[in-house]
Design a protein around this ligand. Structure first.
Ligand code: PEP
Ligand code: MN
Length: 338
């Protein structure tokens, strides 16, 4: 970290700030130029709040030379992290496909969709029981009953399951859930992230609608700082000025996140565009850009879906897509479990 001091900084005030930084365990290397003085702060500066320094009247600017994240940082962990969930690996060349409905709606729906996505080769089953909806009047999910239906489908198909958590109080209900999803709207729910940091569940962390990649990685860092290092990052489209799609898929997020961190990165092409026919090209592009997996919404009858019907694939459409996914993943040198 580099602190640029104001040219008129008084000696006494400099001594006070120097004393505070030394008390925190930092070494300070001073270099004096003609118009300004720079301090190079040596030590683990991820613990210093930049605003704490900027609030000091003798400080002109503060520049970080080290990223504020440590555990998620690729510099500290050059190899790709490979996470193993129920015997399936993700990351480091291992590719997984998570598929299922946006929301768990009924027993028959879950039985039908879970059987079909399994037959097509999906390796994880998804389905939302607690749904974060924009409108309080929209379907909020079947909640506890939905979780039960998802867990029944897990037993029936043998597929590990992924479902969204909205509050730390629900964690005990997620005992048999394999991957706990933190949705885009909760990416910076720090209480939830801290609670998940203390759990032993793999977390699928989705990027917020208007969050930077550094903010996403800092949210992963919250979970990892608590002791849980099993975090999968998910890009699901962000808000831009474009209105012809629900969101804009940030494909560049894949190589950039992979250079910033060692964590697996997956793409959700369903929420990215919100358009069924666009799931395939976005899925292909994601594999080519280096994604470690995909999460795709599939519904047995998208026209009657209670949530996200326009972007949900039919079982037949998903089956055809899986054939292409398999070939593309193989072409790019990764392995799939099916
Ligand atoms: C979902 O996966 O069902 C979901 C609500 O996604 P997101 O949080 O990305 O909107
Ligand atoms: Mn959805």
């Amino acid at each position: 970290m580099i602190i640029v001091l104001r040219h008129d900084a008084e000696q006494e005030k400099k001594a006070v700030l120097k004393g505070r930084l030394k008390a925190l365990g930092f070494d300070i290397h001073e270099s004096r130029g003609v118009g300004s003085t720079l301090w190079g702060i040596v030590g683990d500066t991820s613990v210093i709040d930049r605003d704490y320094l900027m609030a000091n009247e003798i400080v002109h600017d503060v520049k970080r030379v080290q990223e504020p994240y440590k555990k998620a940082n690729r510099k500290m962990h050059p190899e790709d992290t490979v996470i193993e969930i129920a015997g399936r690996k993700i990351g480091g060349g291992h590719f997984q496909v998570i598929a299922g409905p946006c929301s768990i709606e009924a027993k028959e729906q879950m039985v039908e969709v879970s059987k079909s996505v399994k037959a097509s080769g999906a390796t994880f089953l998804r389905g939302g029981a607690f749904k974060p909806r924009t409108s309080p009047y929209a379907f909020q999910g079947l909640q506890n009953n939905g979780l039960k239906l998802l867990l029944n489908a897990k037993v029936a198909t043998g597929l590990p399951v992924v479902t969204e958590i909205m509050t730390p109080e629900h964690l005990e209900l997620f005992h048999d859930v394999d991957v706990v999803q933190v949705g885009a709207r909760n990416m910076q729910n720090f209480q939830l992230l801290k609670a998940l940091g203390k759990s032993d569940k793999t977390v699928l962390l989705k990027r917020g609608l208007a969050n930077t990649l550094e903010e996403l990685v800092m949210s992963a860092e919250y979970i990892m700082a608590g002791g849980n290092e099993n975090v999968i990052l998910c890009e699901r489209g962000i808000r831009t000025f474009e209105t012809s799609m629900r969101n804009t898929l940030d494909i560049s997020a894949i190589p950039m996140l992979k250079s910033m961190t060692h964590l697996p990165v997956i793409i959700d092409p369903s929420h990215a565009a919100g358009i069924r026919w666009m799931v395939e090209p976005l899925a292909m592009a994601s594999i080519a850009a280096g994604a470690d997996g995909l999460m795709i919404e599939v519904h047995n009858d998208p026209e009657t879906a209670l949530c996200d019907g326009p972007q949900s694939m039919t079982p037949e459409g998903f089956d055809a897509l899986m054939g292409k996914i398999r070939k593309t993943v193989e072409f790019f040198g990764k392995t799939m479990d099916c």
